[in-house]
Design a binder for this molecule. Structure first.
Ligand SMILES: [Ca+2]
Ligand SMILES: [Ca+2]
Ligand SMILES: [Ca+2]
Ligand SMILES: [Ca+2]
Length: 205
């Protein structure tokens, strides 16, 4: 009897201890193990190698050319982003002084070793640079996104900023040019060009 009482007291103690902390609540546990968080990817992919520099050659007074440069830009990552395009380092090379240039009054510095200076082409060539949103290979103001229209010599510092570009979006990036029809032989053999820099940045909702 004493032993039974002891067991009973022990059982009651256990019940009391347990009962004190075990008021029932509804519960429905679920598990989700092994979670990982992976940083998103922003990846602008033009279909040229990243170091390309646009260079115009064999242009003539009054000449025009559409799609002298065209590339497809792709947001190849897994996030929406903003596309930024910057232009820099316009070049304007004399590339040798031809006799017809001299005849039309062209001169060149004693140092013509640089390809970036002394030419006349960049100041006489207008470029139209755009995203061909309505993809018909033609810039139409109401359809497409104009990036820059102006002289090559004025392109440094031009920027397309914050153009929304959702995941997997593609843009056709195109350049047309026209050369002043009034310019004379001074542009002969000259070489003009510029750098294009692109970046895709995170879109913060
Ligand atoms: Ca010159
Ligand atoms: Ca178009
Ligand atoms: Ca020249
Ligand atoms: Ca020249």
């Amino acid at each position: 009897m004493k032993k039974i009482l002891g067991l009973t007291i022990a059982a009651l103690l256990v019940m009391a201890l347990v009962g004190g902390g075990t008021w029932a609540y509804f519960s429905d546990p679920e598990q989700s193990l092994g979670n990982t968080i992976t940083a998103g990817i922003l990846d602008i992919t033009p279909d040229w190698d990243g170091s390309a520099v646009i260079t115009f050659t064999d242009v003539v007074p009054g000449g025009t050319n559409v799609n002298v440069f065209a590339t497809i830009l792709t947001n190849a990552g897994d996030m929406d982003g903003y596309l930024q395009i910057d232009f820099a380092n316009p070049t304007n090379g004399e590339n040798g002084l031809m006799e017809p240039e001299i005849d039309d009054g062209d001169t060149v510095s004693a140092d013509d070793s640089s390809t970036a200076l002394y030419g006349e082409l960049a100041a006489n060539m207008t470029v139209t640079i755009y995203l061909d949103i309505v993809d018909d290979n033609v810039y139409v103001a109401l359809d497409d996104t104009l990036v820059y229209e102006g002289l090559v010599s004025g392109i440094s510092g031009v920027q397309l900023d914050d153009e929304p570009m959702v995941e997997a979006a593609t843009f056709d990036f195109r350049i047309d040019y026209t050369v002043d029809s009034a310019v004379n032989n001074v542009i002969m053999s000259d070489i003009a060009g510029f750098d294009i820099l692109m970046a895709l940045t995170q879109q913060i909702d």
